[in-house]
Design a protein around this ligand. Structure first.
Ligand code: GDP
Length: 249
C-alpha cells in the first residue's frame, strides 16, 4: 500500500523536469532501438509545428532538441534521458545517460511528418519507422501529438490519430504557438478552440485531453509536465519502484 497521496508522488516526479537532460541517441532503423529499460514518452507532429521548441522548453534546455525552420529537418527517433545520477558539477555525458538504471522515463522526439519535398523513399522509411515504433514499443507510455493552434487538425494529424487509436496508445493533443492567435491563454477563443477539437475527438478512446501551449510565452508547459508525470506515476505498479527512483533524485 502507498502511504503518501497521489499528488505527492506527482509533485516528486515533477522534479524530473528540473534535472539536466541529455541527448542519448538517434535511431533511424527500428532494429536499432535502445534496449527497453525505460518507459518512454514520445512527441510527434508535422514538421514546423514547434515540436523541437516545445521539447526544449519542457525539459528546460535551450538547444537539446534541434529547432529549425527547415521542414523535415529531423528524420530519426531522438532519445533524451534525465541525467539524474550525475553528482555535483559533473558534466552530463551521453555514456552515463546510456546506462540509465532507475530513471523512470525517456523522451523520444519522433521525426516530423508532412515534408512534401522529401523523396518518396525517405517518406516510406519514415512511415515504417514511426509505424513500427508506435505499434510495437511496449514501453511507450503515451504520445504527445503536437498540433498548430492556428490550423487545427490537418489530414495527416487525423491519420496519426487513427494510427494511435488502432495501436491502442494513450495520447495527449498539445496545441502549439497559442500566442500566434491570442494575447492571453484566458481569451475565450482558446476555450472555443479546445471545445471544438474535443468535439471532433469525441469518439476517440485513447486520447487523454487537449493542452493549449505557447513556448514563447511559456503558457501551459507545467500543465503538460504534470500530465506526463501523472501518467508516469500511474505506470509504476508499486510504491517501492517509485521510492527507489525518489532516493536517486
Ligand atoms: P519543429 O520542426 O516541429 O521541430 O518546429 P520548431 O521547434 O523548429 O519550430 C518551428 C518554428 O516555430 C521556429 O521558428 C520556432 O521559433 C517557432 N515556434 C515554435 N514554438 C513557438 C511558439 O510557441 N510561439 C511562436 N510564436 N513561435 C514558435
Amino acid at each position: 500500500m502507498c502511504d503518501f497521496p497521489q499528488d505527492g508522488k506527482i509533485d516528486q516526479m515533477m522534479k524530473l523536469f528540473a534535472q539536466p537532460w541529455v541527448f542519448g541517441c538517434a535511431v533511424s532503423q527500428v532494429t536499432r532501438l535502445p534496449p527497453p529499460s525505460l518507459k518512454e514518452i514520445a512527441f510527434i507532429g508535422r514538421s514546423n509545428v514547434g515540436k523541437s521548441s516545445f521539447l526544449n522548453s519542457l525539459l528546460n534546455r535551450k538547444r537539446l532538441a534541434r529547432t529549425s525552420n527547415t521542414p523535415g529537418c529531423t528524420r530519426s527517433l531522438n532519445f533524451y534521458f534525465p541525467a539524474i545520477s550525475l553528482k555535483g558539477d559533473e558534466a552530463p555525458s551521453v555514456s552515463r545517460a546510456r546506462k540509465p538504471r532507475q530513471y523512470p522515463v525517456a523522451m523520444v522526439d519522433m521525426p516530423g511528418y508532412g515534408f512534401a519535398r522529401a523523396p518518396r523513399i525517405e517518406l516510406d522509411t519514415w512511415i515504417s519507422l514511426v509505424f513500427e515504433y508506435l505499434r510495437n514499443r511496449k514501453i511507450l507510455l503515451e504520445v504527445c501529438l503536437l498540433v498548430d493552434s492556428r490550423f487545427g487538425f490537418t489530414s495527416r494529424d487525423l491519420r496519426t490519430i487513427d494510427l494511435l487509436e488502432q495501436s491502442e496508445i494513450e495520447y495527449l493533443i498539445v496545441l502549439t504557438k497559442l500566442d500566434k492567435i491570442v494575447r492571453s491563454p484566458e481569451d475565450p477563443r482558446v476555450h472555443n478552440l479546445v471545445t471544438d477539437l474535443e468535439t471532433q475527438m469525441q469518439s476517440m478512446k485513447w486520447h487523454r485531453g487537449i493542452w493549449a501551449t505557447s513556448v514563447s510565452k511559456r503558457w501551459g508547459l507545467d500543465a503538460v509536465r504534470r500530465e506526463i508525470c501523472t501518467r508516469v506515476v500511474s505506470a509504476f505498479e508499486t510504491c517501492d519502484q517509485l521510492s527507489s527512483f525518489r532516493r536517486d533524485m
